[in-house]
Design a binder for this molecule. Structure first.
Ligand code: BG6
Ligand code: MG
Length: 212
């Protein structure tokens, strides 16, 4: 039986994809590194430093640890200033309805996100008091597909991972959920992940899974 639902943040609750893209693009252009939507696609669910390593695969020079840190900081500063434009209108369709229904059913809800900006984003969209637990990039040392962030969310909720269901839009996130022993519900890109338990276009389909 599902006792808790753990939501990924970026791409499930809110669409920050475009903002991540713009910020990385600005950094890549500054460094004359080729960067496009296809490369951006590979960054979903992946931590900031791991994302930078993917982008630097296309760089002409090798960057030192310090230089890499500076590039990540540059990108994050641009990203954080773009986050100021986020508000509740950025919440993806059906999210609020699903959250309210889960609460009515007595199901615990949590966030499991690789992003260190999770607290800022939740505040911007007015959902900082909504979840029973939040596990994010600030709590973990291993990014998805490692299960750490979801195990941390289950631990904060004090619920057995086997009773948790994860909603994800990234393949790395589905892999992380399955590695944590959880059920995985894929939306967007993650609908085609190999290990998926449930896939849907409409987030409300999760309510059928809960009722099973
Ligand atoms: C994930 C995004 O939620 O957070 C990734 O899908 C991003 O694209 C990662 O790289 C880390 O985000 P941040 O905000 O800590 O740089
Ligand atoms: Mg995501």
């Amino acid at each position: 039986m599902v006792k808790a639902v753990i939501f990924d943040l970026d791409g499930v609750i809110v669409s920050t994809d475009r903002l991540h893209y713009e910020a990385w693009k600005k950094m890549a252009d500054k460094e004359h590194i080729p960067f496009n939507e296809q490369i951006n696609h590979r960054l979903r669910g992946v931590s900031r430093m791991a994302s930078l390593d993917i982008i630097l695969e296309h760089a002409q020079k090798t960057y030192t640890k310090e230089e890499k840190q500076a590039l990540a900081t540059y990108k994050n500063n641009v990203y954080v200033s773009l986050l100021k434009q986020l508000n509740e209108k950025a919440i993806l369709p059906h999210v609020l309805e699903v959250i309210n229904t889960l609460k009515q059913k007595g199901i615990q809800i949590a966030i499991g996100s690789s992003s260190k900006n999770t607290p800022t984003i939740l505040k911007q969209i007015g959902l900082d008091q909504t979840f029973d637990a939040v596990a994010d990039g600030n709590d973990i040392t291993h990014s998805k597909p490692h299960p750490e962030v979801f195990l941390k969310a289950a631990e904060k909720l004090d619920i057995d991972p086997l009773s948790c269901l994860v909603i994800e839009d990234a393949i790395s996130g589905i892999q992380a959920a399955k590695a944590a022993g959880m059920k995985a519900f894929g939306v967007g890109d993650a609908k085609h992940a190999e290990l998926i338990d449930y896939a849907a276009d409409d987030l409300r389909d999760i309510l059928h899974v809960i009722d099973q």
